[in-house]
Design a protein. Structure first.
Length: 376
């Protein structure tokens, strides 16, 4: 396994990497070069990222970015790199190459004296994960799952066959009631992105909408526009995805002005629901829910789409209600050396404490926000 130093898309192997991504055992938009190149350009801060490339001598058969420990006193724990805008870490992997790829991966980790590998945001029921767990059991490497949770999933095939239903009757009635109220204010239009010259305008409209709400300057400051690296990353990814036909974007307009937008990325037969934003001035009409429901039916109308991952932590009440399917995602903690367990146990405990702390902070934030809203 070769270390490409965190810049794989700039290498001569770009064409073979794209061929690998197109024919991978399992597709993942967030691991593909068109998105990873933008992440490498704008989202690597102080991190020490190694892009590990496994080849058969001529072509790339697998690829994985890993964040290595830094400093003399750092724990010998490496982490599969998941930047803040990556909601899945399934690597591109050629059919039949799993054994060689994992041999290369754990060989590299062992040579660099890494004791434990943390693998976050990994689908727990995917083909690559099945191959990984089989390999770990066969080679005697201990592993454990941390913070596994079900994400809302739109199983398009199940909905089309009548096995599942999008949204409850109650939710549909509420959306239609809000739609009628909005139509009293002006002309309401639902648009799908389909014109490449519009990419700059659509991207700018989304950044403005997101920053106008609770994620903006007066809220959590997590809106893309609040941090220049995030803004540049989004602009680059949006325009690249549009050019490569990997973008599924929807917009709800009132008298020609965007009041809600949903941005999704596509790879193969799957779609990842990246972000949604809406104009806070119309919050009582539920434009965010409306664009999600309308976008869902737009995706169901495309027979080549099999499923849509919500990319949520499982706490998105709207998507839990309108998308009945589930996809389990979690973090895997793996011992690099066969038979070792102490390192995995300690990292597992640390990861669980870390997860619990984040959950408490999130709960505290929304509690304070709710009290402030009630006191206004």
């Amino acid at each position: 396994m070769r270390d490409a130093g965190g810049r794989p898309a700039a290498e001569p192997h770009t064409q073979t990497r794209e061929a690998l991504e197109e024919n991978s055992v399992e597709r993942n938009a967030f691991s593909e070069s068109w998105l990873m190149l933008a992440a490498e350009a704008h989202l690597i801060d102080d991190e020490r990222i190694h892009t590990l490339v496994s080849t058969d001598g001529a072509d790339i058969v697998g690829l994985l970015p890993v964040r290595a420990p830094r400093g003399v006193l750092a724990l010998p724990v490496a982490t599969v790199w998941a930047h803040r805008h990556a909601f899945e870490t399934t690597p591109p992997l050629r059919e039949g190459a799993a054994e060689a790829f994992f041999d290369d991966l754990f060989g590299w980790l062992g040579r660099h004296r890494i004791a434990v590998l943390r693998w976050p945001r990994l689908p727990l029921e995917g083909n690559v994960t099945d191959m990984l767990t089989q390999y770990l059991r066969r080679t005697g490497r201990k592993f454990s799952i941390v913070a596994g949770h079900p994400r809302p999933l739109l199983d398009a095939q199940a909905v089309r066959s009548g096995q599942d239903q999008v949204a409850s009757h109650k939710r549909r009635r509420k959306v239609e009631r809000c739609r009628r109220r909005l139509m009293e204010l002006g002309t309401l239009t639902f648009r799908s992105f389909d014109e490449l010259p519009d990419a700059d305008q659509w991207a700018a409209d989304f950044l403005r909408l997101e920053a106008s709400g609770w994620k903006g300057e007066t809220g959590t400051r997590t809106a893309l526009a609040c941090r220049e690296p995030d803004r540049l990353f989004f602009l680059r990814v949006f325009k690249t995805a549009a050019r490569k036909k990997r973008l599924l974007a929807y917009c709800l307009q009132l008298d020609g002005h965007p009041i809600a937008m949903a941005i999704n990325f596509r790879s193969g037969e799957g779609v990842w629901a990246y972000k949604t934003a809406y104009d806070q001035r119309y919050a009582r009409y539920g434009p965010g829910a409306m664009v999600e429901v309308d976008g869902t039916f737009a995706m169901l109308a495309d027979p080549t789409i099999r499923w849509v991952d919500s990319c949520s932590d499982g706490d998105n009440e709207l998507l839990r209600e309108i998308w009945p399917g589930r996809r389990r995602v979690g973090e895997m903690v793996i011992a690099v050396r066969p038979g070792s367990w102490a390192g995995v146990a300690s990292v597992f405990i640390f990861a669980e404490l870390e997860r619990a702390a984040r959950a408490l902070l999130k709960k505290a934030y929304w509690g304070v926000k709710g009290r402030r809203s009630r006191n206004r």
